[in-house]
Write a protein that binds this ligand. Structure first.
Ligand code: ADP
Length: 149
């Protein structure tokens, strides 16, 4: 960027856009799936977090640490369903689709988590997207690259 002049990044573009403009499709898993299935899905979809759902209704969330923790107890990873080890509703921190990017960043930092399920404004039980640290960072970088052109 050296020697070039840029328009200043607009606060609105960076922070005040709606979550619905940057969210990505979530990778979901059924509550009956085993811990083994969950580990396989993390690798197949190259994600760090899975959302446990039933008919699109958010039941809970499974992260890498939840899966690792289950391996140091006497858990049978071939038999135990993910529902046993997930962080369950109502303890899952979520975002509503009309919240802003700043809200997402605030919740991620405040709760020290990697991702937030996005829930529908019309039906707050349903998960319709995901906003992770990566999604927020990508948005920031994309905005800067866009201005560079
Ligand atoms: P990792 O396990 O890769 O460090 P996180 O930091 O996101 O991933 O997860 C840490 C813990 O917080 C896990 O027990 C996970 O179930 C839980 N967790 C993850 N996301 C959320 C969320 N949106 N709301 C509540 N708890 C969450």
């Amino acid at each position: 960027f050296a020697g070039q002049n840029f328009e200043p990044l607009l606060f609105e573009d960076l922070y005040e856009k709606s979550i619905s403009e940057i969210m990505v499709p979530p990778v979901v898993i059924k509550k009956e799936a085993t811990i083994n299935d969950a580990v396989t899905m993390l690798f197949m979809h190259d994600v760090g977090t899975l959302y446990v759902t039933e008919n699109q209704v958010l039941l809970g969330i499974i992260s890498r640490k939840d899966l690792l923790r289950s391996t140091i107890s006497n858990t049978s990873i071939n038999k135990v369903p993910v529902a046993m080890i997930m962080t369950r509703m109502p303890n899952v921190v979520t975002l509503q689709e009309d919240e802003r990017i700043l809200d997402a960043g605030y919740k991620i930092i405040q709760h020290q988590i990697d991702s937030l399920p996005v829930i529908s404004k019309d039906n707050p039980a349903l998960v319709i997207g995901k906003v992770s640290k990566t999604v927020v960072l990508k948005h920031f970088i994309d905005e800067a690259m866009h201005l560079k052109k």
